[in-house]
Design a protein around this ligand. Structure first.
Ligand code: CU
Length: 72
């Protein structure tokens, strides 16, 4: 399970675009998106870097929710 936080998501269209980007990395991936928390969970055998790259190219750069000291 790979988890991302995508602050750029704001509506159903974004959810579709993010899902599409993930499916292009791995067509068999299971993508769960919670729009309220901007949280994306991906069940896939592909590595997280591939998803990070694809999501960034799709216009939704993931931020690390694991890093406790994110400066902004
Ligand atoms: Cu949108």
């Amino acid at each position: 399970m790979i988890e991302f936080k995508l602050p750029g998501m704001s509506c159903g269209h974004c959810v579709g675009a993010v899902t599409q980007a993930c499916k292009e990395v791995d067509a068999n991936a299971t993508v769960q998106i919670d729009l309220a928390t901007k949280q994306v969970k991906v069940e896939s055998t592909a590595d997280s870097q591939s998803f990070t790259k694809a999501l960034t190219e799709a216009g939704y750069p993931p931020v690390s929710s694991a890093a406790g000291s994110l400066s902004r």
